[in-house]
Design a binder for this molecule. Structure first.
Ligand SMILES: Nc1ncnc2c1ncn2[C@@H]1O[C@H](COP(=O)(O)OP(=O)(O)OP(=O)(O)O)[C@@H](O)[C@H]1O
Ligand SMILES: [Mg+2]
Length: 330
């Protein structure tokens, strides 16, 4: 996770504060910067290795140069103090411009006998570190095709897809499998849980394969289902099943979370709850997140909204004031 904070990147650190004036000042800063919050003690990111890494990073921060700003409330603070804070609570704000995933001139043609279906006609799109992106578009516009290509489930007919420094279009099956396993979490409209396994066992299927996963209980707690760990899918509501699917997708701490119509099968109230969980994962784990939907109001929670039409990007809009998922109405 911290790999995305490169030394020399423009980073600013501020102490978390309960004082409203400080908090609001800080909030102003975070409207233009992505914020990755790491908190010690009880939180999902409370891992001492991570904190050691932060402390080391803070010690080196003076060498970063002009782009670094360090504040505690409104006061600049000393390195030693900042180091002390590293053991408590810190905000790392990651510039939105760091590109994690990029698609260039991507096309996809499905050959159906005599007929060619042009699902994507030349799409160029970037996903930035820690951002929450919504992909809007009518049925058949190419959303799932694009998401599957970004997630390494499918390959484009032409064009290039890169994840950090890796060219996915040149990767073989094995490399794509590794990319998906190590870096991507998927959430689909239908939850794809295994009916004969409990919520915890469904999540454990993934954590057993991952390098540095959360425990299944930790992941289920993150999505608010700690009390339902031993339920089988049939003993869970649709929204709860989808939250188990989200826990399964994020338990391996993926860099990317790709969601294809995650609320498509849910009623309004349950759908909002699922979106709140996705936003929480994005915020607390700093996971770069793309949500596909044909439900326009959902776009209000995104920092960036990309609309697809007939295999092409029709518009791309930055949203300076995303609203909380709980405030969305449809
Ligand atoms: N495996 C396939 N073989 C042939 N054509 C396909 C295949 N998958 C998708 N298509 C076609 O490609 C186009 C884009 O499909 P895609 O599934 O990406 O749309 P979508 O935007 O996700 O739609 P929806 O909102 O209905 O899920 C459609 O015309 C579809 O019929
Ligand atoms: Mg689709």
């Amino acid at each position: 996770m911290l790999a995305s904070i490169r030394r020399g990147a423009r980073v600013s650190i501020a102490a978390h504060s309960q004082i409203p004036a400080v908090a609001s000042r800080f909030a102003t800063v975070t409207t233009t910067w992505r914020c990755l919050r790491l908190s010690r003690g009880g939180g999902i990111t409370a891992r001492s290795a991570v904190f050691r890494e932060i402390a080391a990073f803070v010690e080196n921060v003076e060498t970063v140069g002009g782009g670094f700003r360090r504040t505690y409330g409104s006061e600049p603070c000393s390195t030693r103090f900042a180091r002390g804070l590293a053991r408590e609570r810190l905000f790392f704000e990651i510039p939105m411009t760091e590109i994690v995933l990029s698609a260039r001139d991507v096309t996809k043609i499905y050959r159906m006998g005599e007929v060619d279906v042009h699902a994507l006609r030349g799409v160029t799109l970037e996903l930035h570190a820690g951002e929450l992106l919504v992909l809007l578009g009518a049925s058949g516009s190419g959303k799932s095709t694009l998401l599957n290509i970004l997630g390494g489930l499918d390959t484009p007919t032409s064009g290039r897809v890169t994840y950090q420094d890796h060219d996915l279009t040149e990767a073989g099956d094995e490399a794509l499998t590794r990319y998906r396993r190590e870096h991507v979490g998927f959430v689909f409209q239908f939850y794809n849980l295994i009916p004969s396994l409990t919520a915890r066992e469904n999540v454990a299927l993934v954590t057993e394969l991952a390098d540095d996963p959360m425990s299944p209980s930790e992941a289920l707690e993150l999505v608010g289902l700690k009390e339902r760990q031993d339920h089988f899918p049939a003993q869970l509501s649709g929204g709860e099943q989808q939250r188990v699917a989200i826990a399964r997708a994020v338990a391996k701490r993926p860099d990317l979370l790709l969601c294809d119509e995650p609320t498509g099968a849910l009623d309004y109230k349950t759908g909002v709850k699922v979106l709140e969980v996705i936003a929480k994962v994005n915020r607390e784990l700093g996971t770069s997140t793309a949500i596909i939907t044909h439900n326009a109001p959902v776009a209000q929670m995104a920092q960036r909204v990309v609309s697809l039409h007939d295999g092409l990007i029709q518009s791309e809009v930055t949203n300076d004031h995303p609203i909380a998922a709980g405030e969305i109405r449809w």
